[in-house]
Design a protein around this ligand. Structure first.
Ligand code: TYM
Length: 328
């Protein structure tokens, strides 16, 4: 069976973008692959985090994975910092990364632009991400569009290592979903929907109550020509809503365009809002049952132990290939 690895940062409440771009795929893929899903808390600390809030976000993300349908019997769910092999291999991958290629990462450029006191870990974030993936002999990495560049670098680093030392790593493929890979801001539909957008109206959070979701979607920016048509350049707002509706209802965009001929934006937005509520409300209900349960800790303990076994084996191979430590 092929292996899948993916991770999400516990850096705030997850958005509809995280769900449609990543988590929704994870739930489908766990049926056919050996899956590892990770709460990448060590990636989150590359920018400042409040200690108590971070703890809360880690637990909340674990509960959201399960509430969304990740099944402990089909997938391994764990917290990155509880499996030390990640940072250990992360260091090794840093030794194989060039500063220039890390500086070219658009996420680094975006997150560091105009900021003072940027941590060096923000620059060395991609080698840690490569380590996450490579530790599990991963074949496929399902992510949203914004992670494509990091995945290309992961492949380069794996190939570079294999060439220089020994064939230790499986070179992973990226898997980007056809729809939903780039959900845009509801207020500025030319930029990505993000956990950290200051404008609260721009982002639907997975735990927003239904009234709030409806209000946000109804006030989404569209255009004045009144035609429901997919055209991300000319009609970014409407196209984003079509993407959301398509992904939330598993209906092709072409079918939706045909369904909405002659229908106004008011009704269209109402339908998008209802579809999103239909997806998120059951997740929210399950989340409430899971968040304070002891079972959540049992699942995370089990995930940590299972992940450690595989990760430590790969780490040992990489160390040996490089000549680290003593002969064992
Ligand atoms: P993160 O935490 O920013 O996002 C988690 C996942 O959600 C996707 N995503 C989106 N998809 C569609 N539309 C959006 N607006 C949107 N916003 C976010 C992301 O593409 C991602 O798949 N570096 C990663 C975390 C990571 C990782 C890994 C991922 C660390 N190690 C190893 C895969 C494998 C990140 O910051 O994702």
């Amino acid at each position: 069976m092929k292996t899948i690895f993916s991770g999400i940062q516990p850096s705030g409440t997850l958005t509809l973008g995280n769900y449609l771009g990543a988590m929704k795929q994870f739930v489908e893929l766990q049926e056919d692959y050996d899956c590892y899903f990770c709460i990448v808390d060590q990636h989150a600390i590359t920018v400042p985090q409040d200690r108590l809030k971070l703890r809360e976000n880690i637990r909340s993300l674990a509960a959201l994975y399960l509430a969304s349908g990740i099944d402990q019997n089909k997938a391994t769910l764990f917290i990155q910092s509880e499996v030390p092999a990640h940072t250990q291999l992360g260091w090794i991958m840093q030794t194989q990364s060039y500063i220039g290629e890390l500086e070219r990462m658009t996420q680094f450029k975006d997150k560091s632009a105009g900021k003072e006191g940027v941590s060096s870990a923000l620059l060395t974030y991609p080698p840690l991400m490569a380590a996450d993936i490579l530790l599990y002999n991963t074949n496929l990495v399902p992510v949203g569009n914004d992670q494509k560049q990091h995945l290309e670098l992961t492949r380069d680093l794996a190939e570079r290592f294999n060439r220089k030392f020994n064939d230790v790593f499986t070179v992973p493929e990226v898997k980007i979903s056809e729809v939903g890979a780039r959900i845009m801001s509801l207020q500025e539909p030319t930029k990505k929907m993000s956990k950290s957008d200051e404008n609260q109206k721009a982002t639907v959070y997975m735990l927003d109550d239904p009234k709030k979701i409806i209000k946000k979607i109804k006030s989404a920016v569209t255009d004045s020509d009144g035609i429901v048509r997919y055209d991300p350049i000319e009609k970014p707002g409407v196209s984003n809503l079509l993407t959301i509706l398509s992904s939330a209802t598993n209906t092709p965009i072409k079918t939706l365009e045909a369904d909405y001929v002659g229908v106004g934006y008011g009704q269209f937005k109402q339908d998008v809002a209802d579809a999103v509520v239909n997806v998120l409300e059951p997740i929210q209900q399950r989340y409430q049952e899971i968040i304070d349960s002891e079972e959540l800790d049992v699942i995370l303990d089990k995930g940590r132990d299972a992940a450690s076994i595989v990760a430590n084996k790969t780490l040992a191979k990489a160390k040996k290939a490089m000549g680290l430590g003593r002969v064992v």
